[in-house]
Design a binder for this molecule. Structure first.
Ligand code: DC
Length: 235
């Protein structure tokens, strides 16, 4: 079993807020029987804890030190992921706009990033994972066999985010969501460590006009092609 697992690839999916990464990564992991790892949820859990402790979110040292005494776990629950922080299920709380804004600040801190990147490498070490975030193909697993950068227009992404938040029972407006998203984009693209950019050799997919199924089909074909190439290499 171990030997088989070691051969399974790592699929890295990066992209901005609302590009459809989570839906596509989850669908793909389901189809391939891979583990789905939502790294954004880990940054969100860190921010949730910093908020709960009433910390100054811009204080690099304090927030960095907090990570040493914080336990974050991702647990697959059917096709959903349950997020636990120090044992407490915070899966719903971490999706609020307040936590989203705080996460953007907390994710800037190098000590937070190095701790979470270390955990992510450990989770993906044996392959057979679909990992999504901002820096998976550039920092966490630059050697991933399949790297995808998913993009869409800001307007399309804001529409998607608004629908998602409304579906989970939150009252939000499209205008506020778009403003938040543009601010998070700016921070995501300009942070000193782990900034969002297209990894070398990444396949760029524009999801503006494509359904989640169509985008998943394309990535799945990249993975299947790789598996065929590997098999023919061995013959
Ligand atoms: O994908 P998401 O919206 O759940 O991510 C939440 C925040 O975490 C977002 O502001 C970017 C940040 N993030 C990051 O810096 N690096 C990652 N690998 C994943 C998320």
């Amino acid at each position: 079993m171990d030997m088989v697992r070691q051969r399974l690839p790592i699929v890295a999916i990066d992209g901005p807020v609302g590009s459809g990464k989570s839906t596509v990564a989850r669908l793909l992991a389901d189809r391939l029987g891979f583990l789905y790892i939502d790294t954004g949820a880990m940054y969100r859990a860190a921010a949730w804890k910093a908020l709960r402790e009433g910390m100054d979110l811009e204080d690099r040292e304090a927030v960095g030190a907090l990570m040493e005494r914080t336990q974050i776990e991702l647990e697959q629950a059917g096709s959903r992921v349950r997020v636990r922080c120090d044992g407490q299920d915070i899966s719903a709380e971490i999706r609020s706009p307040e936590v989203s804004r705080a996460t953007s600040a907390v994710a800037d801190h190098p000590r937070v990033r190095s701790r979470l990147v270390e955990m992510q490498r450990e989770m993906g070490r044996r392959g057979g994972v679909v990992m999504e975030g901002r820096d998976i193909g550039t920092v966490v697993f630059p050697e991933a066999q399949v790297k995808v950068y998913l993009d869409a227009t800001a307007e399309q992404r804001a529409r998607r985010r608004t629908e998602e938040l409304e579906a989970s029972g939150m009252a939000v407006s499209y205008e506020d969501t778009l403003r938040d998203l543009l601010e998070r984009d700016r921070r995501d693209r300009t942070r000193d460590v782990g900034a969002l950019r297209i990894a070398e050799e990444a396949t760029v997919i524009d999801s503006s006009a494509a359904s989640a199924e169509e985008v998943t089909d394309r990535i799945e074909s990249l993975v299947r092609r790789l598996q065929v190439e590997e098999r023919s290499d061995r013959i």
